[in-house]
Design a protein around this ligand. Structure first.
Ligand SMILES: Cc1cc2nc3c(=O)[nH]c(=O)nc-3n(C[C@H](O)[C@H](O)[C@H](O)COP(=O)(O)O)c2cc1C
Length: 195
């Protein structure tokens, strides 16, 4: 064995979604954010296109993100479908977080790799980020409100038309105990073929 598999298994199985409402005020340090991003970029990437892009929001940046999410939610949702709870979450969640990282997929100019593979690579990079958060004892929440696919989001993040923001990762220290998780056993999910 080249690595301590029991520790890696523990990190993987302990990773939990922790919502910003559950974060304490303790700040995440810059070196932690850099390690999280440096781990993200070691995900597999078909054709080595490295399609991941990150926008890190901290301090005043979180206020701008909160304003952007609330305004875009209001301008892109028909009045009869607007929901006060959703709007409040858009406004509050960035402000309750120490850092939010928008993770985007940048399309390679040659388009030689399928969009599906580029999205899969970025999703794998997000998992690296979430596991790194877990190892630090940081809670994380991968959020994908539909407005992320709005062209206003591309403008806000400086993305081109063919690029996509695949999520906002809210990060902070949990104020209380680490949440418990639940999964179906592999027996329900796996077919073994030996002939
Ligand atoms: C691609 C992706 C998008 C997600 N988007 C949201 C979201 O918009 N809102 C939300 O409450 N949870 C979202 N989640 C988190 C799931 O709700 C969470 O992973 C699930 O409840 C299982 O809990 P766990 O992460 O603690 O194992 C998302 C997860 C993934 C993989």
């Amino acid at each position: 064995m080249r690595f301590n598999l029991s520790e890696i298994t523990e990190v993987i199985r302990n990773r939990r979604t922790v919502y910003p409402e559950q974060f304490s005020e303790r700040k995440v340090q810059k070196d932690q954010i850099e390690l999280i991003l440096n781990n993200a970029i070691w995900a597999p990437t078909h054709g080595k296109t490295q399609p991941w892009r990150f926008t890190v929001f901290q301090e005043e940046g979180l206020t701008h993100l909160s304003d952007f999410l609330a305004n875009t939610y209001l301008s892109s949702t028909p009045a009869e479908k607007q929901n006060d709870m959703k709007l409040a979450k858009m406004l509050k969640r960035p402000l309750l977080s120490s850092v939010v990282i928008a993770v985007s997929m940048k399309r390679d100019v040659t388009n030689r790799i399928s969009e599906l593979d580029e999205i899969a690579a970025v999703a794998a990079s997000v998992q690296n980020m979430l596991l790194s958060c877990t190892a630090y004892g940081l809670g994380s929440f991968w959020s994908t409100p539909s407005l992320l696919l709005n062209s206003k989001t591309n403008d806000f993040l400086g993305l081109d038309e063919q690029d996509k923001c695949l999520g906002l990762i809210y990060i902070g220290y949990p104020a209380e105990e680490w949440p418990k998780g639940q999964r179906k056993p592999i027996e329900y999910l796996t077919e073994w073929r030996t002939q």
